[in-house]
Design a protein around this ligand. Sequence first.
Ligand code: HMG
Length: 389
Amino acid sequence: MKVGIDKLHFATSHLYVDMAELATARQAEPDKYLIGIGQSKMAVIPPSQDAVTLAANAAAPMLTAADIAAIDLLVVGTESGIDNSKASAIYVAKLLGLDRRVRTIEMKEACYAATAGVQLAQDHVRVHPDKKALVIGSDVARYGLNTPGEPTQGGGAVAMLISADPKVLALGTESSLLSEDVMDFWRPLYHTEALVDGKYSSNIYIDYFQDVFKNYLQTTQTSPEALTALVFHLPYTKMGLKALRSVLPLVGANQQAQWLAHFEHARQLNRQVGNLYTGSLYLSLLSQLLTDPQLQPGNQLGLFSYGSGAEGEFYTGVIQPDCQAGLDQGLPQRLARRRRVSVAEYEALFSHQLQWRADDQSVSYADDPHRFVLTGQKDEQRQYLDRQG
Ligand code: HMG
C-alpha cells in the first residue's frame, strides 16, 4: 500500500523585507546576504500572525469536507509555541472545524518536529488506511535585530495531508536517524529569540547530513544515482548548497550537474521567505515540485530533515502521477503579490509582537488579509478570529 503526502500547502505573511536593503542598513555587502547567505527576501511576520494562525491559514484552503471527515490525527510541529501546556494543535483543530474525535498534539524538536509528525502520521495511516492525518510545521524564526542570525529569520507554515494512495509523494518506510545532545541552537523558556552558535550549527548540520545520508545508502543498499534530487531543510539556502556540495564526490559528473540543477528549483521559494524552522524542508519540497520542469512521476527524492539540539533524518519519497493536483499552485503568485516593507517598518513590526505579560492586549489586524488572525489577549487567553466564521 502506498502512503504519503496527498496535499501540500503553505502560508506566510503578506509582508517581506528586501535582503539587499536590509544588508545596506546593517553595513553589510548586499551580496553577503544575496549570495553568501542565499536569501533575496525575508518574510516579516506581523503581530496578527502566530504559530496557530499560520498553521490554520496553511491548511484551510486545501481541506475538503471529505478530508475533514477522515482526519483523526493532527500534529503541529513548532518551536514557536504559545503555551507551555496546551497544544497549539487544539486551537488549530478548532479553527479548521475538525471533528472532536481527533488526536491533537504539538511536537517539539527544533526544526525536526514536523518530520517526526510525518513519520507518526504515515505509520498511523498504514494501520488505518481509511483515515487521514494532518501534519503542520508552523513557526516564526526570530534571532533579534542586528544579530548575525537576523538575515536567516522568516516564518510560515506548511500543511501536509497524509493519506493512502497519495497524490503527491509516496513515502518510503526506511529512514536513517541520528540524535545527540548538541548545544548549537536553543531557546530557554525566558527568551523570545533563539540563542545560537551560528558557525558551529552550520558545521553540525553538515556532519549530520553526511552521517544519515551515507548510513541510509548503506543500510538500504541504495545507490546515490537512484535519487533524482536531494531536498534539504533550508535555514538559509546556502546551507543546503553547502551540504549538497559535501556529497558530490560520491557521484559522477552528470549526476553532480543534475543534483545542482535540481537544487536551484528546491531553493527558489525558500529564497523568498527565509527560515520557517519546522516547515522549511517541506517548503523546499513544494518549491522543487512546483518549479522544476525536469522532474517526472516515478522520480525518487531524498529528504534531509535537521533540527538543532540535534536530530537528523534522511528518508525518501517517490513522485506520484497526479502530483501537481495536490500542490499549492497559487503560491508563487501569492509570494509575488506580497507588500515590501522598509527596514524601519520591519523593525517596528518585529518589536510590537504580543507581549508575554498577563494584561489584556489588542493587536492591530485590519491590514492583515488572512482568514485567521490573532486579535489580542483577554483574561490571559489568546483571541483568534476566523473572518469566514
Ligand atoms: P555571519 O557570521 O554573519 O556570516 O553568520 P559569515 O561571515 O559566515 O558569511 C556568510 C557567508 O557569506 C560566507 O560564506 C561568506 O564567505 C559569504 P561561506 O563561507 O559560509 O560559504 N560572504 C559573501 N559572499 C558573497 N559576497 C560577499 C560576501 N561577504 C560574505 N560580499 C550565519 C552567518 C549563518 C552563521 C548566521 O546568519 C547565523 O548564525 N544564522 C543562524 C543559525 C543557522 O541558520 N544555522 C544553520 C544550521 S542549524 C539549523 O539549520 C537549525 C535551525 O534551523 C534551527 C532549528 O533547528 O530550530 C537554525
